[in-house]
Each structure stands twice: as C-alpha cells, then as structure tokens.
Write a protein that binds this ligand. Structure first.
Ligand SMILES: *Cc1c(COP(=O)(O)O)cnc(C)c1O
Length: 360
C-alpha cells in the first residue's frame, strides 16, 4: 500500500492496480520479450492496444458510431488552436463561455482565427459560479460554441449541458471526462488531456462527430487537421504509445469498477463527504456556490493566506500531497479524481478536523 494520498490536479493519481499491472508487464509485454515502450507503433501488439483502448472508451462513454475517437498529442492546450482552425467556417464567429483560466486561454487562441463572442461569463465573481446560458445569448449564430465543462482551477462544473441545436458544442472535458456518465451526442467535439482522469501526460483524447472532420476548406498544417488523424486512425505519426497503453489499462480498470454509473456514484459520494464537512466547518469554506461545485476538484480556503500555507505544509507532512490551490486563486484544492480512494478523502477530512480544532 502507498503511504501518501496525492491530491494533485494533474498529472494526477492513477489507480494502484493499473500501476502494478504496468510494472508487472514493464520488461516483457505479454511474453513478446519487449516492453510496450519498445514496440513498433505499426506492429500487431501495439495495434491491439490502440484498438482496445478505443473500443473500451467507446463502451464506457457510449460513443455513437458517427463519432471518431482520436489519440493525439499536444495536450488540451493544442485543442484550443485546433478547434478554431478546423471549425471556423461560414460565419467566422464562435461563442465562448468564459468560466476560468482555461477558457481564457482558449479564447485567446480562437481570436487568432475568427471572431469570438463571450456569450456567458462568470468573471465578475472571480469564477466562483457558472453563468446560466439562455438561447438568446447564443445569437447571432456562430460556427460553434465552446465550453469548459469542469473548471479545474476554480472547482466549478456545469451540471446541465446546454442544448445548442444545430450549432456544434465543443467541450473541454480534461478534468471530468469519465467521472460520471455523459451524453456525448450533446457535443460536436469533446477533448481531454489524459493526465487528470485518464492516464499519464502526453496523450489527448478527441471525440469528434464525423461531419465536423472536414469542416474547414482552409489549408492548415497537416498535423493540426482532424482529417489527417481520422484518415490515419491516430497513426499519422508516432502516437504516445506507452501513454495509450496506460490509458487502456485505466479504461479496463473503470470497466471492472462497474463503469461510469459506478464511478459517478462513488465520485458524488466522495465529493459529498468533503463538501458536507466544508459547509459545517467554522474554519474552512468552499468559495464555490453550491449548485456549481465540481466533484473532481474541490477548492477551499480558511480566509487567511498564511494559515492556508501552514495547512498545506502540515498536510504534506502528514502524507496528504499537493493540496495547494492553483497560483491564480490561492487557498487549497483537493483533486479527487476516479483513482482517489474514498479513504483518501476520509483521511483528509480527519486531518482538517484536527487542524480546525488546533487553529480556532
Ligand atoms: C489541465 C487542463 C488543460 C491543459 O491541459 P494540457 O494537457 O496541459 O494542455 C486544459 N483545460 C482544462 C480544463 C484542464 O484541466
């Protein structure tokens, strides 16, 4: 058993069972005499890994047949550019919901390629809530609508995905993909960097509806064109093979745990324990309005930055790692992704209770 609980926002905790399996197969993958790291990306063994990874992900998320699944690189950050490069078309306009630092980066990038309309924003209250989006906010029509479904830094999560009709909705789901069931059909594109809830860093998953693959008529760099990766089944160039392999092991693990229904129940349970404690605490509080709280990233503060620092330091010493909030917001953040056991959350709460008693 490990002696610490890692609350890092990303790269983040991975399931113990997955790491153990990877360790067991590290030197000799299923008797082939080579490590997965040494396999040709065009060989039979890796071909099966990639194929199974896609199949498992399709099953878990119930991805419809008219969507492609791509295994790319460049992080979620590269998607901030690939989305506008590939989707700007007829109107040359897109709607963005501004809900934090990641949306800010996405907006910054999109503005290089077309007109960006900020149709909803929660900047007025430092992103501690999520704006409600009405149909009239999405006028005039744009080529697509962009949202970050879970705001990793601020600890907010959209509970309702807006119905955007014929306009494709693009979702940055980096920090909540696979945390509970979702309706893929509400989106034109879903993307996620792997290092939060999927696997190690270096892999980006893109789920794209087939009619959006050939949207742009512009000449864009080959690697940045979704067509390239669809045509080549994510093997246009060398994919991040080992990360794909670990992602496959994580998908298997989620399936063994009971799939996304079970994952969702477990995640709501874990987050509920922590939020209930925060709401009852006289020292710690959650800055996020109840309705918009994330079940993946739980932010909290004491209201005194110096005391926050002491808490973070003492927690580290007690084996509760990486609880420091993002530098943009300060305070604390407990990222409690799929692989964080309930015991980790319970241990954190006990530690907070003790800290509260000695500091109030
Ligand atoms: C972490 C994160 C990103 C950035 O991901 P990279 O893979 O580092 O590019 C983007 N969006 C969200 C919501 C994130 O949580």
């Amino acid at each position: 058993m490990r002696k610490v609980f890692n609350f890092s926002a990303g790269p983040a905790v991975l399931p113990q069972e997955v790491l153990r399996e990877a360790a067991d197969e590290m030197l000799d993958y299923q008797g082939c005499g080579m490590s997965v790291m040494e396999l040709s990306h065009r060989g039979k063994e890796f071909g099966e890994i990639l194929e199974n990874a896609e199949k498992l992900l399709r099953d878990l998320l119930k991805i419809p047949k008219n969507y492609h699944v791509l295994f790319l690189q460049g992080g979620a950050t590269l998607q901030f550019a690939m989305v506008p490069m590939n989707l700007f078309g007829k109107t040359g306009r897109a709607h963005y919901f501004h809900t934090g630092l990641w949306s800010k980066k996405a907006i910054f990038e999109a503005k290089k390629f077309g007109e960006v309309l900020i149709s909803a924003s929660s900047e007025d209250k430092n992103f501690t809530y999520l704006p409600t989006v009405k149909a009239q906010d999405l006028q005039p029509d744009g080529d697509y609508i962009f949202m970050v479904t879970n705001n990793t830094i601020y600890g907010t999560c959209f509970k309702n995905i807006p119905d955007t009709g014929n306009i494709p909705l693009v979702g940055d789901m980096s920090s909540n993909i696979l945390s509970e069931p979702i309706d893929v059909q509400k989106f034109g594109i879903i993307f996620a960097g792997a290092q939060k809830n999927i696997g190690p860093a270096g892999l980006t998953i893109v789920i794209i509806r087939e009619d959006l693959v050939e949207r742009t008529e512009k000449k864009i760099p080959t690697y940045l064109d979704y067509k390239t990766h669809v045509k080549n089944k994510s093997l246009y160039n060398t994919p991040p093979c080992y990360t794909v392999y670990l992602a496959k092991l994580v998908f298997e693990w989620i399936k063994e745990q009971g799939g996304l229904d079970a994952m969702g129940r477990r995640n709501h349970d874990k987050a509920g324990l922590l939020y209930d404690y925060l709401d009852a605490s006289t020292l710690f509080k959650s800055p996020v309005v109840k309705h918009d709280r994330s079940i993946m990233n739980v932010t909290f503060v004491t209201g005194q930055p110096q005391l926050d620092d002491i808490f973070i330091r003492e927690a580290e010493g007690a084996g509760l790692k990486n609880l420091k909030g993002h530098r943009a917001v300060g305070g604390m953040r407990a990222s409690i992704y799929n692989a964080m056991p309930k015991e980790g959350v319970e241990t954190l709460i006990r530690f907070m209770e003790t800290f509260e008693k000695t500091h109030t």
